[in-house]
Write a protein that binds this ligand. Structure first.
Ligand code: PMV
Length: 335
């Protein structure tokens, strides 16, 4: 049997001699957008490298995401700030970030300043933008000469969906087939959709009880419905790409909404069950269906948390705001 590659092997193979690069003398800063999957990534085929069972497709959230500053410091450990608050070394957040940085350095310690303009761990893909921004900052610091695909692979090693936060707009993360994951990275779709809006409907900013990492594992291992998921994704993805290319909101929204509900159905059948929805989540879904019956073209998607993300076009904005006045509006193609 072939020995499975470790993260560090992947990085060394892809960076080659560049692993020895000296850092630039000044602090660097990079931004990566959050992304919302319209066809979800749910389940790994390999857990060390975060290799997915299926491809997935997302929309990046424009200016919503994470900014990371990196500076080399004279110290015995990394110093981490999240939204201006020091992150203690005994937290899961600190450990995960430091373990990730360890993969890329030989001897340096960093001051890492991450700021997110989205609620952390509320199913709003903050880990995706966070890891992607760290990779983009490392790329500036060490001046790697690598293609974007490689940066997407590096981000994937931090968190699967981070592979899609390396670029803006619509992004497809191709699952790939190789056991080293060298063909498992994200590619942008060549399309802008200026009138597209994403609305963030946030009911609960609290961190989720079970993270996506464990939840997807539990689903793959115990849900009798998971077997149907890969084939569903294959057909949803194909239809979704056509709908996006046609800028057909109704088609795109319907597929995204159905795909999210199907993902949650696989989780609900896991043993024990995983249910991220709260009463407010279900009420909002019913509200959205009523709005559609009244002719307002709006759809939702939901990730590993109770919050919903709404999909609609600029022309429906005022109608949507009448029902959801506190909605945070994101225009993925505004800049
Ligand atoms: O990359 P992770 O481990 O945060 O998982 C992301 C899972 C979902 O957000 C539910 C789906 C997706 O494709 O983003």
């Amino acid at each position: 049997l072939e020995r499975a590659l470790k993260k560090i092997d992947v990085i060394r193979l892809l960076l080659g001699k560049q692993i020895q690069n000296l850092p630039v003398a000044h602090p660097v800063q990079a931004f990566a957008p959050a992304n919302i999957a319209l066809c979800k990534y749910w389940g790994k085929r390999e857990r060390e490298l975060n290799l997915p069972q299926t491809s997935s497709l997302s929309i990046s959230l424009g200016e919503k995401g994470a900014t990371t500053q990196l500076a080399v410091i004279e110290a015995e450990a990394d110093v981490v700030f999240l939204n201006d608050v020091p992150v203690p070394a005994n937290t899961e957040f600190y450990r995960r970030l430091v373990a990730f940085l360890d993969l890329f350095r030989n001897k340096y310690y960093f001051k890492v300043t991450i700021s997110s303009n989205l609620p952390i761990a509320a199913g709003l893909a903050t880990s995706a933008s966070g890891f992607a921004a760290v990779v983009l900052a490392l790329n500036k610091l060490f001046q790697w000469q690598v293609p974007k695909e490689t940066l997407s692979i590096f981000a994937r090693l931090g968190s699967g969906s981070a592979a899609r936060s390396i670029t803006t707009g619509f992004v497809e993360w191709q699952a790939g087939r190789l056991s080293d994951g060298f063909d498992s990275y994200a590619v942008a779709l060549p399309l802008r959709w200026e009138t597209l809006c994403v609305g963030l409907l946030i009911f609960n900013q609290a961190a989720k009880k079970i993270g996506s990492r464990d939840a997807m594992q539990q689903t793959v291992a115990t849900s009798p419905f998971y077997a149907a998921w890969p084939a569903l994704v294959a057909s949803d993805l194909e239809q979704l790409k056509i709908a996006i290319m046609d800028k057909n909101l109704s088609k795109m929204g319907f597929i995204a909404e159905s795909n999210a509900l199907a993902m949650h159905a696989t989780m609900q059948a896991a043993r024990p069950a995983i249910i991220y929805s709260e009463p407010a989540t279900i009420s909002a879904m019913q509200q959205i269906w009523q709005m559609r019956e009244a002719g307002i073209n709006v759809f939702f998607t939901q990730d590993a948390g109770p919050n919903l993300k709404l999909l609609f076009e600029e022309s429906a904005l005022l109608d949507v705001l009448q029902f959801f006045s506190k909605l945070e509006i994101v225009r993925p193609f505004s800049s």
